[in-house]
Design a protein around this ligand. Sequence first.
Ligand code: AMP
Length: 405
Amino acid sequence: MKKLQAPRGTLDVLPPDARRRLELYDVSAEVLGRAGYEPMEAPVFEDTELFARGVGESTDIVQKEMFTFEDKAGRSLTLRPEATAGICRAYIEHGMHKLPQPVKVWEAGPFFRHEAPQAGRFRQFTQIDAEALGSDDPTLDAELILLFDEILERAGTGPRRRRLSSLGTRETRADYVEELKRFLRSRESELSEEVRARIDQNPLRAFDADDSGTQAVMKDAPLLIDRLAPEDAEHFAEVRALLGSAGLEYEVDATLVRGLDYYTRTVFEFESERLGAQAALGGGGRYDGLIEELGGPPTPGVGFAAGVERILLAAGAAERDPGIDVFVAGTGRDAFVLVGQLRSSGLRAQMEQAGRSLKGQLKQADRLGARWTVILGDEIEVKDMDTGAQQRAESVDDVLGMVRG
Ligand code: AMP
């Protein structure tokens, strides 16, 4: 018989790692909730066209990485590779522009990209995603960057590089891309073959090249950040001033390229100093044209996506389970009723459920880190697992009184 295994690039999240994820979601809910971000959930698959239009036809994601399939009616559907496009689709579909703006939402869930799996890179991965729609106020850009940083801090990811830039408007970017193409062509003979081949398709990628010849050329390249229109430069200056007033350390990196087409103005990416090749913990930015592009009214937006697997990888090993309150060494209905009462009174209680001997049950109580063990025999004995002291209980109420202590 064929040996069944998890599909390539997927991950089984086992205990205790799965518990750490829940803790990360709890932290996110608290940090984002205090700033007015409400949880929402969009579907895991969407019309393929949403991503083609939203993420951008020329991006690696759309060209190479989407899990696309046809449903039985012949519709082309795609497992979502990112969150923003789906949230914007929902904003339009539910007329959320009529709500008081900005609309602040967040969600956590699985995303899918057909990438070559390696440490920190999966085909199904998890993101925490937060978005503020309906306002271009620079305090939202700064707020999201600070909230993202706070989540990483609370998750224990350790030191991180915070890179920030501004891409201006689509028009500024289009003009700049033409200027960059002209520049690259003028120095074509010094560039790597790979960069040369992609001058027309994706000239911005030249800034990321590993090849030393290309890197030398790029030192003289024009920078988008020097070409921003006055209102975009002002917006960026205000975001920076706000981050400064909050005391956040960051670097302005004019070569910051994000893998999605929709960004305008602010972009950012945080990298762990603890992780190797796949070090990006998350990133985001502003996408003031996206909702209109998807058929909605002109609506600005800004958001971030944080990679859950990488955050937990950077945060290191899980802490040990703190242990249960009570182990009931006993079987059958009496034990069953007793654990029920203990749980109802808010305690973490377990009973024997695998047919162990009394000795085995006491060992199991130890393994579970039980604070108390209740031994059900002819008599009821309550053992304090810290001191080893054992006391007789006359009734269930007596037991509850002792262990609630
Ligand atoms: P992106 O919007 O593509 O920058 O993705 C945001 C974050 O999601 C990244 O910084 C990573 O932390 C995480 N991420 C993206 N793709 C993957 C993947 N294939 N496997 C694991 N994490 C990923």
